[in-house]
Design a protein around this ligand. Sequence first.
Ligand code: ADP
Ligand code: MG
Length: 271
Amino acid sequence: MTSVMTSPHPVPGAEQASIDARAVSAWFGDRKVLDRVSLLMPGGSVTALIGPSGCGKSTFLRTLNRMHELIPGASLAGEVLLSGVDIYDPTRKLTDARKQIGMVFQKPNPFPAMSIYDNVIAGLKLTGLKAGRSERDDLVEQCLTKAGLWVEVRDRLRQPGGALSGGQQQRLCIARSLAVRPKVLLMDEPCSALDPTSTRRIEQTIAELGHEVTIIIVTHNMQQAARVSQQCAFFLAEQGTPGVIVEAGPTQQIFTAPNDQRTADYVNGRF
Ligand code: ADP
Ligand code: MG
């Protein structure tokens, strides 16, 4: 029951990097948790992954930036193409994929003792990108602005990241991801640990960023999926079977006229 996303309407920034998962299966040891999942996530748009807990959404997200292979005993099959190039090509370095595909997690995880400024540029050191002092200053301002945090922290850039509120910490993590200039940003329930006000601010950021960076977001919040995404994929793992995509398509259609009864039941809160 895998399905491939149909060709999307042209969106601003459609020349941005697409990510194309083809027949991705994933295992933990002998246990298969994803079964031939195919999904085209168009460049310069936001794709929401929805579905009940345990159906493989986080696992799928980790196959998109080669994090799945780091889990002991984990394995996978299939292909992931970033603008047509296989991220699992054995001749490419792992860091190539990592630099291009950022990730933001459910629980904000800035380096708590490190300054706000240093948090933003922490990834530059990890990826070996070099920048001079004034370029770094510019980059910090630019990334914090894009993450919607600049105005709140511009006068306290030397304070520790851990001193910020949860919502601010999450925006700091988004700024840190952006500093590496990723083409794709993966977000795993980025607002689940946040209050409604912080959630709305992050949704705003996602909506704005979605034009320039290709965003894939896992969310349990159906209103959020409807507000921020242009495409939506509904994952399901029935009775101990591996997770599949039941249905994927334009968000509007998934919410108002889904093709599968199980999608209708899920988006209407019936399970
Ligand atoms: P979701 O994000 O949709 O809640 P996950 O991708 O986290 O689902 O999990 C899919 C399945 O894989 C679940 O049955 C889960 O128990 C299992 N799983 C997730 N992570 C691991 C792991 N590190 N080791 C073994 N099993 C795991
Ligand atoms: Mg998850």
